[in-house]
Design a protein. Structure first.
Length: 157
Protein backbone atom coordinates (compact mmCIF):
# COMPACT_ATOMS: atom_id res chain seq x y z
CA UNK A 1 0.00 0.00 0.00
CA UNK A 2 1.33 3.44 -0.92
CA UNK A 3 -0.08 6.70 0.34
CA UNK A 4 1.30 10.09 -0.67
CA UNK A 5 0.38 13.07 1.49
CA UNK A 6 1.56 16.69 1.35
CA UNK A 7 3.39 18.03 4.36
CA UNK A 8 4.84 21.37 5.30
CA UNK A 9 8.37 19.95 5.39
CA UNK A 10 8.26 18.30 1.96
CA UNK A 11 6.88 15.27 0.19
CA UNK A 12 5.81 12.38 2.41
CA UNK A 13 5.44 8.80 1.19
CA UNK A 14 4.16 6.02 3.42
CA UNK A 15 4.47 2.30 2.84
CA UNK A 16 3.25 -0.70 4.83
CA UNK A 17 5.18 -3.95 4.49
CA UNK A 18 4.43 -7.42 5.80
CA UNK A 19 7.84 -9.07 5.31
CA UNK A 20 11.50 -8.49 4.63
CA UNK A 21 10.83 -9.17 0.94
CA UNK A 22 8.19 -6.41 0.96
CA UNK A 23 10.73 -4.05 2.55
CA UNK A 24 13.25 -4.82 -0.21
CA UNK A 25 10.46 -4.08 -2.71
CA UNK A 26 9.78 -0.70 -1.09
CA UNK A 27 13.50 0.03 -1.37
CA UNK A 28 13.30 -0.62 -5.13
CA UNK A 29 10.38 1.85 -5.37
CA UNK A 30 12.24 4.43 -3.28
CA UNK A 31 15.24 4.34 -5.58
CA UNK A 32 13.06 5.98 -8.25
CA UNK A 33 12.14 8.82 -5.86
CA UNK A 34 15.69 9.61 -4.76
CA UNK A 35 17.64 11.99 -6.98
CA UNK A 36 21.30 12.75 -6.28
CA UNK A 37 22.72 14.56 -4.46
CA UNK A 38 20.81 13.39 -1.43
CA UNK A 39 21.60 12.73 2.23
CA UNK A 40 18.92 10.76 4.05
CA UNK A 41 18.75 9.77 7.70
CA UNK A 42 17.52 6.19 8.21
CA UNK A 43 15.69 6.00 11.55
CA UNK A 44 14.34 2.96 13.30
CA UNK A 45 14.99 0.67 16.23
CA UNK A 46 17.51 -2.15 15.97
CA UNK A 47 16.16 -4.86 13.69
CA UNK A 48 13.40 -2.84 12.03
CA UNK A 49 14.84 -3.25 8.53
CA UNK A 50 16.99 -0.24 7.71
CA UNK A 51 19.61 -2.36 5.95
CA UNK A 52 16.88 -4.46 4.33
CA UNK A 53 15.48 -1.30 2.78
CA UNK A 54 18.95 -0.35 1.47
CA UNK A 55 19.14 -3.79 -0.18
CA UNK A 56 16.21 -2.83 -2.40
CA UNK A 57 17.62 0.59 -3.21
CA UNK A 58 20.98 -0.93 -4.18
CA UNK A 59 19.27 -3.57 -6.32
CA UNK A 60 17.16 -0.97 -8.18
CA UNK A 61 20.30 1.03 -8.95
CA UNK A 62 22.08 -2.10 -10.28
CA UNK A 63 24.66 -1.41 -7.59
CA UNK A 64 24.42 -4.75 -5.74
CA UNK A 65 22.19 -7.76 -5.28
CA UNK A 66 20.28 -7.82 -1.99
CA UNK A 67 22.42 -10.59 -0.52
CA UNK A 68 25.56 -8.50 -1.19
CA UNK A 69 24.31 -5.59 0.96
CA UNK A 70 25.16 -5.92 4.63
CA UNK A 71 25.00 -3.60 7.59
CA UNK A 72 28.04 -1.31 7.87
CA UNK A 73 27.83 -1.44 11.69
CA UNK A 74 31.51 -2.32 12.14
CA UNK A 75 32.99 -0.93 8.92
CA UNK A 76 30.89 2.27 9.25
CA UNK A 77 30.62 2.75 5.46
CA UNK A 78 29.78 0.66 2.39
CA UNK A 79 30.05 2.13 -1.10
CA UNK A 80 28.24 0.87 -4.19
CA UNK A 81 28.44 2.02 -7.81
CA UNK A 82 25.13 2.06 -9.62
CA UNK A 83 23.15 3.63 -12.44
CA UNK A 84 20.06 5.82 -12.30
CA UNK A 85 18.34 7.13 -15.41
CA UNK A 86 21.36 6.10 -17.48
CA UNK A 87 23.80 8.07 -15.32
CA UNK A 88 26.34 6.76 -12.81
CA UNK A 89 25.32 7.09 -9.18
CA UNK A 90 27.24 6.42 -5.97
CA UNK A 91 25.33 4.82 -3.12
CA UNK A 92 26.90 5.29 0.29
CA UNK A 93 25.43 3.34 3.21
CA UNK A 94 26.68 4.47 6.63
CA UNK A 95 25.94 3.27 10.14
CA UNK A 96 27.02 5.78 12.78
CA UNK A 97 25.50 3.92 15.75
CA UNK A 98 28.89 3.23 17.31
CA UNK A 99 30.24 6.78 16.91
CA UNK A 100 30.16 8.89 20.05
CA UNK A 101 30.67 12.44 18.86
CA UNK A 102 31.01 14.91 16.02
CA UNK A 103 34.80 14.53 16.09
CA UNK A 104 34.55 10.82 15.29
CA UNK A 105 31.99 11.60 12.59
CA UNK A 106 34.40 14.03 10.93
CA UNK A 107 36.85 11.18 10.30
CA UNK A 108 34.34 9.61 7.89
CA UNK A 109 34.70 12.54 5.48
CA UNK A 110 30.98 13.04 5.01
CA UNK A 111 31.54 16.25 3.02
CA UNK A 112 33.64 14.33 0.49
CA UNK A 113 30.84 11.79 0.04
CA UNK A 114 28.24 14.43 -0.80
CA UNK A 115 29.07 14.71 -4.50
CA UNK A 116 26.51 15.62 -7.20
CA UNK A 117 26.08 11.92 -8.11
CA UNK A 118 25.72 10.60 -4.53
CA UNK A 119 22.91 9.07 -2.53
CA UNK A 120 24.07 8.94 1.09
CA UNK A 121 21.95 6.85 3.48
CA UNK A 122 22.91 7.17 7.15
CA UNK A 123 21.60 4.77 9.78
CA UNK A 124 21.37 6.45 13.20
CA UNK A 125 22.16 9.83 11.62
CA UNK A 126 19.63 11.53 13.91
CA UNK A 127 22.26 11.28 16.68
CA UNK A 128 24.32 14.03 15.07
CA UNK A 129 23.31 17.65 14.62
CA UNK A 130 25.63 18.07 11.62
CA UNK A 131 23.90 15.21 9.78
CA UNK A 132 20.40 16.40 10.68
CA UNK A 133 21.31 19.87 9.43
CA UNK A 134 22.57 18.60 6.04
CA UNK A 135 19.91 15.94 5.52
CA UNK A 136 17.62 16.32 2.52
CA UNK A 137 15.12 13.94 4.06
CA UNK A 138 14.57 11.00 6.33
CA UNK A 139 13.22 7.49 6.25
CA UNK A 140 11.57 6.24 9.43
CA UNK A 141 10.86 2.52 9.84
CA UNK A 142 8.65 1.37 12.69
CA UNK A 143 7.57 -2.13 13.61
CA UNK A 144 3.81 -2.59 13.62
CA UNK A 145 3.91 -6.16 14.96
CA UNK A 146 5.67 -9.30 13.78
CA UNK A 147 7.38 -8.69 10.45
CA UNK A 148 5.06 -5.81 9.51
CA UNK A 149 6.60 -2.37 9.14
CA UNK A 150 5.49 1.18 8.45
CA UNK A 151 7.99 3.09 6.35
CA UNK A 152 7.60 6.87 6.21
CA UNK A 153 9.78 8.80 3.78
CA UNK A 154 9.97 12.59 3.99
CA UNK A 155 11.89 14.37 1.25
CA UNK A 156 12.57 18.09 1.53
CA UNK A 157 11.51 20.15 -1.44
Amino acid sequence: MTKDAPAAVGRVHEFITQSGADTVGVGRKLARLLKPPQLLVLRGDLGTGKTTLVKGIAQALDAAEPDEVTSPTFTLLHEYDGVQDGRPVKLFHLDVYRLEGERQLETLGLDELLTPDALVLVEWGEKFKSIRKRATGEIVITSTGGDARKITVTLKE
